[in-house]
Write a protein that binds this ligand. Structure first.
Ligand SMILES: Nc1ncnc2c1ncn2[C@@H]1O[C@H](COP(=O)(O)OP(=O)(O)OP(=O)(O)O)[C@@H](O)[C@H]1O
Length: 485
């Protein structure tokens, strides 16, 4: 592929306010260009304008200096611009094969009339999936895949279109460092083929390790662009400090108190002889790769999995206590999109806002405002529509909802996915406050540095078996990844 540039000149998008404000931006073929910034600053809206998912209000997009018209996704794709969105844009009930091939039929050799043969489609799907080390059942519905596998299916679908510009919105969230490495090894290959790769990320190590250039978005506009050689400039460091991307974990190690949950040699589903305890004042990490049994273990604790041996007990409670959980489903599935922000926050415990049998709107709004402040939502008001929130802000809303309902057992599955560094730190401090009050937290995360930074112990699961229960004092990300290989 020949070299080219994709540029924007004064690109602007106005909705109820300016979401993208006069952005001048250039990305070059054969580079990985990162876009960074806090939650809700306009990164996704900007990327969607390039990819034709949303339409600009004014300004222009240019390829090699010539104005191009992007009216919709198809016109963007005809110019070679493809985007992997943060939300999963897949057909959950269709097979892996159909999801990959849909929209790409002509590119895999079908005629105007006939769909591509199953044999040909399978061959192409396997060829691309194997680049990521995946050997998926092509007849499986996409809904049965893990987060990483779904992302790769979306990526493969885009790759079949032979993109010139590939935009990846938060590809690395919920991926382990190994999975990130596999993905970027492939992106490096595309880079050599002169594809311009634009990634939106909150992950500082991804930025340092893989990106050639970075643009910083604040309040809908680009406030600085830096090449890799400029990453040590004081000016750039100042931006990074402001975004807190180089934060250190506020780890708090307390002496564990009473046992709150005892997982006593349980087997059932895919779990085999898993055993550990959750005690007051502890954050315990749970690490495992795809299909390791993390979800089954959560189900077992919630009483939602039939056990063949062992038991989950709650010493100190006569009956099953209330467990506060953030599950792995996408924010869009977990929120009431047509209801207000205060409704979504207080929905976990309407009793707290009920007077004389009626929910009090006044109390609902009061609590809504309180949690918006507590979790530092920027540019968000209680009456902002939930559907219009950025992905990171939706995730914060889920966290706020879980905090609204007090409990002393918290199970948080990937709670920091899509959060900017400031919001992550905010959440870590909240977790510390919870354990200081005597709660216990089971933190499930693909981010091993987060687990090592915040947890006192880490349980390792592999193929449903517990292969380790380690203190994090002397544990490194590399050692943890090696154990799980
Ligand atoms: N359709 C819409 N109408 C009104 N406001 C919107 C709409 N879509 C997005 N916004 C607002 O635009 C701003 C930028 O959103 P965007 O999704 O681009 O943020 P982001 O920088 O990608 O954040 P994150 O890191 O959380 O993904 C947010 O304040 C969001 O609430």
């Amino acid at each position: 592929m020949e070299e080219f540039t994709i540029e924007t000149k004064n690109l602007t998008k106005i909705s109820d306010r300016k979401l993208v404000d006069n952005i001048n931006f250039t990305a070059y073929s054969g580079e990985i260009h990162a876009i960074i910034g806090s939650n809700g600053e306009g990164k996704t809206v900007f990327a969607k304008l390039l990819a034709g998912v949303r339409q600009k209000t004014s300004g222009s997009i240019l390829i090699n200096g010539s104005d191009v018209q992007i009216h919709d996704i198809v016109s963007a794709q005809n110019l070679g611009i493809y985007m992997i969105q943060q939300e999963q844009v897949l057909f959950p009930a269709l097979t892996v094969r159909d999801n990959i091939i849909s929209g790409n039929e002509r590119k895999v050799g079908s005629s105007r009339i006939w769909a591509p043969s199953k044999k040909k489609a399978d061959q192409i799907c396997r060829q691309y999936l194997s680049k990521f080390g995946l050997d998926l059942d092509l007849d499986a519905p996409v809904s049965s895949l893990s987060a990483m596998e779904k992302r790769i299916v979306q990526l493969v679908r885009a790759l079949l279109g032979r993109p010139r510009v590939l935009i990846l919105d938060e590809l690395s969230s919920s991926l382990t460092s190994q999975e990130i490495e596999i993905t970027f090894r492939f992106l490096e290959e595309l880079k050599r083929e002169q594809v311009a790769i634009i990634i939106i990320t909150h992950n500082y190590s991804v930025l340092l390790r893989y990106c050639d250039r970075v643009s910083i978005i604040n309040d809908g506009t680009i406030i600085g662009s830096y090449s890799r050689e400029e990453f040590s400039n004081p000016d750039f460091r100042e931006h990074i400090d402001k975004l807190k991307m180089n934060f250190t974990y506020p780890s708090l190690r307390l002496t564990p108190g009473e046992e709150l949950v005892k997982i006593d040699h349980i087997s059932g589903g895919m779990l085999k002889d898993v055993h550990f305890s959750l005690r007051e004042g502890e954050i315990i990490g749970l690490a495992g790769l795809v299909s390791s049994g993390r979800t089954s273990l959560v189900k077992a604790i919630m009483g939602d999995l039939k056990l063949t041996s062992g038991a989950v007990t709650f010493p100190g409670s006569k009956e099953r206590p209330f467990i506060n959980i953030i599950s792995e489903v996408d924010a869009d599935m977990a929120l009431f999109n047509c209801q207000s922000i205060p409704f979504n926050i207080t929905a976990s415990n309407f009793k707290r806002i009920t007077r004389h049998g009626f929910t009090s709107n006044k109390k609902m709004n009061l609590y809504g405002r309180h949690y918006l402040d507590k979790l530092c939502f920027r540019n968000v008001k209680p009456d902002t529509r939930v559907a219009h929130l950025s992905t990171g802000n939706k995730q914060k809303l889920i966290i706020a909802r879980s905090l609204f309902n007090h409990s002393n057992i918290y199970i948080y599955n990937e709670p920091t996915k899509n959060l900017d560094a400031t919001s992550r730190l905010e959440l870590y401090n909240i977790l510390n406050a919870l354990i200081l009050e005597g709660a216990t937290v089971l933190l499930i995360s693909s981010d091993f540095s987060e687990l090592i930074g915040m947890c006192s112990r880490i349980i390792l699961l592999k193929d449903g078996r517990q292969i380790g229960n380690y203190s994090t004092n002397y544990l490194s990300v590399e050692a943890l990844s090696k154990e799980l290989e």
